[in-house]
Design a protein around this ligand. Structure first.
Ligand code: PLI
Length: 463
């Protein structure tokens, strides 16, 4: 039942039993901390952060039931009871036949890419995700962006900016041939586009096309329950359906998934690969013992799998998602009302500041989003994440910065962690920065690691 309809507010469907105290820092402390961190928010020690909006990945608060689940961890090397609980939950809610647990999402991406991508293949996807694309490239493939154009425009109010552009996909298939396309990588609630959903109509069209060309659809199911929320809210015919049934309909139109359980599924660590094809499953089951651990734990403790199995059931709860999405919108509305440029429509897991509009005086190669994230930390001790030119990396052919259309700062909300008063503080701080935006200067990159540079790169302020 959609309880949001009965109630205009989104109060949290839980009460607080235990709290974690946080440290309030002085401006002086923050100046030292950000300098020490090379102006990269990933490199700040968490004890120096007041409100941590770096990511919603592994940062959510587990429920008392999940914590209790940790105590029934069956830590057998093989055949842990918790693996079977997880298998039952994945089969019941996601509907895939076979399951291989992994330590987190990129472990599953590694298996999928190594099994299905051959050198010279092309992997189309509805926008890149950093680790997903890297694993495709490491397996010898080339990622091709086939998302609708609107996804690259922060101002576009398209309700389904996560949709696949079927013409772009068909052009690729015609050009390289379907046998060079091992699968399409379809992400729910596209992270890098601002947490934007695909529609069921688009997925049905994609499914029909892929059946015709014999191309599997591999879902990045990381935030697909949140995607189901938007389908119900915005797509005709879904208003009275449960999140659970929409999730199942999505999965039934796909051939398998990779999962970072650290998001939708409310755990601090965990992931899995799931599919319906026995041959693919057997390969994944065999490969996981090389890279992660035995196929009934895949790099996890039994207790982690139990918490994940319980997390699946809690994540499809209607009131949980109403509060989750309500909180993100609350923050977004405060910023929008103050004229702060953000990505529209507001997605489910974060508010994305449009750093191009926020800091039009900074060239993209001077990393405006990185500079804005550093400034926000300095101003208020709030930690956000750059999702722009640093995250996009370099084009392997030209060696130049990719200069993506989206130059964003992500204020990511962990699930069940912060209160409405924290959101007020975040909004006030961002608005203050916006009023003084002319003072903010760009950054110069002084250390650049080879892979996924945004995690460890270091910067210096431009004088
Ligand atoms: O961080 P992992 O390895 O559990 O998952 C990788 C991953 C895969 N797909 C998507 C859509 C993600 O968002 C994702 C990880 N995201 C992180 C860490 C984030 O901060 O958004």
């Amino acid at each position: 039942m959609n309880t949001e309809k009965k109630r205009p507010s989104w109060a949290e469907p839980y009460k607080i039993k235990s709290v974690e105290l946080i440290h309030m820092t002085t401006r002086e402390e923050r100046e030292a901390a950000i300098r020490e961190a090379g102006y990269n928010t990933f490199l700040i020690r968490s004890k120096e952060v007041y409100i941590d909006l770096l990511t919603d990945s592994g940062t959510s608060a587990m429920s008392d039931k999940q914590w209790a689940g940790l105590m029934v961890g069956d830590e057998a090397y093989s055949g842990s009871e918790n693996f079977y609980h997880l298998l039952e939950a994945v089969q019941e809610y996601y509907g895939y036949k076979y399951l291989v647990p992994t330590h987190q999402g990129r472990g599953a991406e590694h298996l999928l890419s190594q099994i299905m991508v051959k050198k010279g293949d092309y992997v189309p996807g509805n926008m890149y995700f950093t680790t997903t694309r890297l694993h495709q490239e490491l397996a010898g493939g080339t990622f091709v962006d086939v998302i609708v154009d609107e996804a690259h425009d922060p101002a576009s109010r398209h309700p389904f900016k996560g949709n696949v552009d079927m013409d772009k996909l068909d052009r690729l298939v015609q050009k390289v041939g379907a046998d060079r396309v091992p699968y399409i990588s379809l992400e729910g609630n596209v992270n890098m586009a601002g947490g934007q959903p695909f529609s069921m109509a688009n997925l049905k069209e994609l499914n029909a096309y892929c059946r015709q060309h014999n191309i599997p659809i591999m879902l990045d199911a990381t935030r697909t329950i949140e995607n189901a929320w938007f389908i119900r809210e915005r797509e005709e015919g879904y208003a009275d359906k449960s999140l659970r049934s929409i999730l199942r309909e999505i999965c039934d139109l796909t051939d398998g998934c990779t999962m970072s359980a650290k998001k939708d599924l409310l755990v601090n660590i965990g992931g899995f690969f799931a599919c319906n094809d026995e041959e693919v499953f057997l390969k994944a089951q065999n490969m996981v013992v090389v890279y992660e651990g035995l196929h009934t734990y895949g790099g996890l403790a039994g207790r982690d799998m139990e918490a994940m199995a319980i997390g699946i059931r809690e994540a499809v709860n209607e009131d949980h998602q109403a509060a989750r999405i309500g909180q993100v919108r609350y923050l977004g509305d405060l910023l929008r009302k103050a004229g702060v440029p953000i990505v529209n429509p507001i997605g489910s897991h974060a508010i994305f500041l449009d750093a191009r509009k926020f800091l039009p005086h900074i060239d993209q190669d001077d990393f405006p989003a990185q500079a804005l994230a550093a400034e926000l930390y300095l101003e208020a001790g709030i930690r956000a994440m750059e999702r722009g030119n640093v995250s996009a990396g370099r084009d392997p052919e030209t060696g130049r910065n990719r200069r993506p259309a989206l130059e964003l700062v992500r204020l990511t909300l962990p699930r069940r962690v912060y209160t409405q008063a924290h959101m007020d503080v975040v909004a006030e701080s961002v608005i203050r920065l916006y009023e003084n935006r002319d003072q903010i200067k760009g950054l110069k990159m002084i250390y650049e690691p080879e892979y996924l540079r945004f995690f460890q790169a270091r910067f210096e302020p431009l004088s």
